[in-house]
Design a protein. Structure first.
Length: 123
């Protein structure tokens, strides 16, 4: 469990499986205003993006479980086909820069996503 976000990385990596950190071209988080943090997971090609979408490892429910938050804290969750990207935004628990804010820029909140395991493609 990540001490700052409360996130948990689920699952065990099996042969042939890869993590989002291995599959994504870009995986980032950043401020989206004072009360939100937005996340972008961008894949290098359509095939990888479609495989991750079909695997259902990234859904509102899985993100809520990963970050140990209620689904109501997820304001947006978008599978954005034109960019081969999955994007979501979380409401912060405290405003950016206020006492108790562990990451004023929201730039370190993506780390738990790196270890999310995506199952192997079965042809």
């Amino acid at each position: 469990m990540d001490k700052t976000s409360g996130a948990k990385t689920p699952g065990t990596k099996t042969p042939g499986a890869k993590t989002l950190g291995e599959l994504a071209k870009t995986l980032r988080s950043k401020n989206a205003g004072v009360d939100n943090v937005t996340f972008d997971i961008i894949f290098p090609d359509r095939a990888t993006y479609e495989h991750v979408k079909r695997s259902q490892v990234l859904t509102r429910a899985s993100v809520a479980a990963l970050y140990n938050i209620p689904e109501a804290r997820i304001s947006d969750f978008v599978e954005f086909d034109p960019a081969n990207a999955i994007k979501f935004t979380l409401y912060r628990s405290v405003p950016s820069g206020s006492p108790g804010d562990p990451d004023i820029f929201g730039a370190q909140q993506y780390a738990p996503l790196l270890g999310v395991i995506v199952p192997e493609v079965i042809a």
